[in-house]
Design a protein around this ligand. Structure first.
Ligand SMILES: C[S@@+](CC[C@H](N)C(=O)[O-])C[C@H]1O[C@@H](n2cnc3c(N)ncnc32)[C@H](O)[C@@H]1O
Length: 243
């Protein structure tokens, strides 16, 4: 196995070099063990399809909290992003199974609100930290598409974190995604909208306070160099939706 992994190393180094200074890794506020419990309870079977809507590249490179929990279940993990260069990093993961029960990764370039998957064909979907990114699509469109592709027993884990409320040296208050307070999608809004698009059950998941504290300290340290001050990490949440 290590021989095969070594084959990816030069590529990985190149990608990490290209990303230097461009991205700040936000730790996932859902603890790895919470992901494990959720994937166990979802009763995922070998060969099942799992979608990661708005996959980006950060988790693959730096925070493996959910990919580690998926990797030995023999699944087909499909990271979806509309920006192809972000998906390059997912190619570090195996396209073909190299050991028993290894999850394989098949990135797809697509709009998360118009994916090339059949109705009721997907066992589980995740959308980590997409919903409050400054994107052109609405929360309702993302929820409706996830609902369409999920099997009748399917589940959708949707989360938001890494959005900060900061005070500038002149006293003005700004958000790092350029939103105003009333533009944020909250857990309450997701739960309400999920029921409207047809999900039967909604459940808010516990967040890991130690990870939130670590994020707060890391962001504070960085932005204080410019004289800014971190006031709050805004509306972090993770919600599990069941069809
Ligand atoms: C804030 S990043 C989150 C990335 C990753 N899930 C994480 O937690 O680090 C949002 C990602 O969604 C992608 N994205 C935005 N709008 C999209 C759309 N309509 N369809 C597909 N991907 C989209 C962006 O290119 C970006 O990689």
């Amino acid at each position: 196995m290590s021989e095969a992994l070594n084959g990816f190393e030069p590529y990985q180094k190149e990608i990490l070099k290209g990303l230097e200074g461009k991205i700040l890794n936000h730790p996932d506020f859902v603890a790895p063990e919470t992901y494990g419990q959720i994937f166990d309870a979802a009763d995922l079977k070998a060969g099942d399809t799992v979608l990661d809507l708005g996959a980006g590249y950060i988790h693959v490179l730096e925070d493996h909290s959910y990919t580690h929990q998926l990797e030995d279940r023999g699944l087909i993990l499909i990271p979806i992003d509309d920006t192809v260069e972000r998906l390059e990093s997912w190619m570090l993961h195996p396209y073909h199974q190299r050991r028993e029960n290894e999850t394989v990764v098949r990135p797809v370039t697509a709009d998360v609100t118009d994916t090339p998957f059949k109705n009721e064909s997907v066992a589980f979907a995740l959308s980590i930290n997409l919903i409050n990114a400054p994107i052109e699509k609405s929360a309702e469109q993302i929820l409706a598409e996830a609902h369409r592709v999920l099997k009748p027993t399917g589940q959708f884990l949707i989360s938001s974190f890494g959005y900060d409320k900061m005070q500038k040296p002149d006293g003005t208050v700004v958000y790092n995604n350029g939103f105003t307070e009333d533009q944020f999608v909250t857990a309450e809004y997701v739960k309400r909208m999920a029921i409207e698009v047809g999900f039967a059950e909604v459940e808010e998941l516990p967040l890991d306070q130690a990870r939130i504290d670590a994020e707060f300290a890391a962001v504070q340290e960085i932005i204080e160099r410019n004289g800014d001050h971190l006031l709050e990490i805004v509306h972090p949440f993770a919600v599990l939706l069941k069809k």
